[in-house]
Design a protein around this ligand. Sequence first.
Ligand SMILES: NC(=O)C1=CN([C@@H]2O[C@H](COP(=O)(O)OP(=O)(O)OC[C@H]3O[C@@H](n4cnc5c(N)ncnc54)[C@H](O)[C@@H]3O)[C@@H](O)[C@H]2O)[C@@H](O)CC1
Ligand SMILES: Nc1ncnc2c1ncn2[C@@H]1O[C@H](COP(=O)(O)OP(=O)(O)O)[C@@H](O)[C@H]1O
Length: 411
Amino acid sequence: MLELGDSQKIQSDARKARDLALDAGVPSVPYVDGCLEGDGILVDAMLGTGLGGDVRPVYASAFEAVNAAGLPVLAVDVPSGLCADTGRILGSAVTADITVTFIALKRGLFTLDGPDCVGELEFADLAVPDTAHDCVAPDVWRLDLDTLLAELPPRPATAHKGHCGSVLVIGGDEGMGGASLMAAEAALRCGAGLVRLATREQHVAAAIARIPEIMAHGVAGATDVRKLIDASDVLVVGPGLGQSEWSKACLQVALQAQKPCVLDADALNVLASGDVQSADLSDSVLTPHPGEAARLLGCAVGEIQTDRFAAATALTSKLGATVVLKGNGTLVASQKGIGLCDYGNPGMASGGMGDVLSGVLGALIAQGLAADDAAPLGVCLHSAAADIAALDGERGLLATDLIPVMRELLD
Ligand SMILES: NC(=O)C1=CN([C@@H]2O[C@H](COP(=O)(O)OP(=O)(O)OC[C@H]3O[C@@H](n4cnc5c(N)ncnc54)[C@H](O)[C@@H]3O)[C@@H](O)[C@H]2O)[C@@H](O)CC1
Ligand SMILES: Nc1ncnc2c1ncn2[C@@H]1O[C@H](COP(=O)(O)OP(=O)(O)O)[C@@H](O)[C@H]1O
């Protein structure tokens, strides 16, 4: 046992654990620079869930030494330096190979920096009885794809395309026709009965050539879009929408329609700019990445990432919608609480991933799910598909690679 800091100051349970170790004959020596040479396993039991502000320099230098030692690291409960509540590294943290967490899963292990510090996660309940857990309501739910998939009703044998809902994707300003096309393709492949696309005229031929099942329309402005909105059940607005006058007119008419919407990308940016009048979004899903979330809340990206749980809650309260705060450990916030998706991988950091997600969500709402049920399922489906697709490698993973995998998972 290597003791870091003043052992006289160790209190409560930490002191009990130290005394037990000493009573059991575990030799104890002070931690000094260079003492980590040799072989074996490093057990990181330095700092835990009580950590408040940034770690002090003496700890930070020990963390760096642990990380540089080249030995396997097992962290107990939480890797030292990681905030168990937010998943943020508090200045410096241990990067573990395995973390054994006790009694309950801590939400910070699953989002932001958490997964990078945790390594493989093991859970030990320490035989705490269920009655103790019954006294504490979890504030975040870990989403499970199989459980969520069970909520999607099977198609009746008599189903026809009119039963499966119609999605209208609105987007694809100059230079971004691909974004709205990816959303439309994902919506069709995730089971929407009909998919229409309202886009710039110049993208129509390419859209039909790639996917003739999509009804692609060139729209010049609000009047053209309104006709398509009237024929559709769910609107997916934003992929490649841009922020031009055309973009604003398309978004405004969509919001006025009071139909369930999935708002993504530039729809969120235009909404944040205040250039359109918002509407009742209670049946809608908004899918900001941290940059878009910052614009919507009028703060810096760093503030969003400092506490993603607080940011997701603030967004759902401010906008009155189900909110998907994207990124490593995506959060789904609604009136039901916060769901956390721990599927997904860094291969997803490539253009178009969010556009595909918006189409998935549109398809699920079109098939009868409420916004706050479609969002957790769609997010898990998308990220779990990315994990399967990334078995061929994370680098070079394309957003459209997810689409056939999602189809398989859905069936
Ligand atoms: N093939 C296509 O047509 C594509 C079109 N796209 C569309 O392009 C439009 C604009 O996308 P841009 O990428 O320019 O703008 P973004 O708003 O996505 O990104 C602009 C800036 O926001 C911040 N940001 C983005 N992601 C972040 C994250 N995860 N965490 C923290 N900060 C983050 C960064 O500072 C970034 O430089 C959207 O409408 C989008 O749908 C993109 O989806 C890419 C593919
Ligand atoms: N490192 C990561 N780990 C897990 N998921 C990620 C990671 N990076 C990106 N993603 C996911 O990929 C998608 C990216 O969406 P977005 O940033 O809107 O992309 P785009 O604007 O190119 O469509 C989101 O679903 C996000 O959660």
